[in-house]
Design a protein around this ligand. Structure first.
Ligand code: SF4
Ligand code: SF4
Ligand code: FES
Length: 247
């Protein structure tokens, strides 16, 4: 026989001035292969149609279902209830603006981060649609692909102590990963110093506490620690070069 799951879910409707933040309790029979996506939909269909949460792909691809699951940020659609205790506490992710209950606005935060790191290929080459595609070495293409796998779920931001202290300012590990993605791309003509100008400050790499909650919680297992180390190393070399060249 399946377990009876007890859910404690944060409730607050940011649109309703009369709404007061509180926790609501629910009970639900666990079924085979149940995910939190299935559980939350059942709760909404059968017990409370006002329950707010976000889902799109249900396959760990769109990044919209991230929430705090028993204190840890993760994707609800790829979390199986059998891997959790019978009592499950769900909270919205911190740092991001709360929309209601478990739903937060990650889009505004990521848009601002992408604008800060100018997250696009910078080149003076004109795009000629009729021309043959430029070739790229397989290993390099794979490296870029690896760094491009971020689904902008926000788990690394929600786990980051520095982002909690500077919610509208600290760029977070996802930004460092974006920067290194463009640094290794030969089509981007920015010089190293141009990247360092963006991340070489307290809102960027110097503000990072280095405790790596980001990498521990990334559901896509992105190598965030390696990118942090690589940026720090390259910035160090660049500063030494400037010291010796007197520039
Ligand atoms: S290592 Fe840096 S970016 Fe990652 S969680 Fe810690 S402070 Fe945030
Ligand atoms: S780096 Fe990982 S945890 Fe952070 S937003 Fe991207 S996929 Fe999510
Ligand atoms: S619903 Fe898309 S990642 Fe979970």
């Amino acid at each position: 026989m399946g377990r009876t799951l007890k859910f404690n879910i944060f409730r607050f409707n940011a649109e309703d001035p009369a709404s007061v933040p509180h926790m609501d309790g629910f009970r639900l029979e666990e079924t085979e292969a149940m995910t939190l996506f299935i559980a939350l939909n059942r709760l909404r269909e059968q017990q409370d149609p006002t329950l707010m949460f976000d889902f799109m792909c249900r396959a760990g691809i769109c990044g919209s279902c991230a929430m705090m699951i028993n204190g840890r940020p993760d994707l609800a659609c790829h979390t199986k209830t059998k891997d959790l205790p019978a009592e499950i506490t769900l909270l919205p992710m911190p740092v991001f603006k709360l929309i209601g209950d478990l739903s937060v606005d990650t889009g505004t935060w990521f848009r601002s981060m992408n604008e800060k790191v100018r997250s696009w290929i910078h080149t003076d080459n004109r795009f000629e649609p009729g021309e043959e595609e430029e070739r790229m070495d397989n290993a390099l293409a794979e490296n870029i692909y690896e760094l491009d796998r971020c689904i902008e779920c926000g788990c690394c931001v929600a786990a980051c102590g520095k982002a909690a202290m500077m919610p509208d300012k600290f760029m977070g590990a996802t930004a460092f990963c974006r920067i290194t993605r463009f640094m290794v791309d030969p089509r981007d003509e920015r010089k190293s110093d141009e990247y360092f100008e963006v991340v070489g400050n307290e809102e960027g790499i110097f503000g990072c506490l280095g405790l790596l909650g980001c990498e521990d919680t990334c559901p896509k297992n992105l190598p965030l620690q390696d990118q942090l180390a690589m940026l720090r190393r390259k910035m160090g070399f660049s500063q030494i070069r400037h010291l010796f060249s007197g520039k």
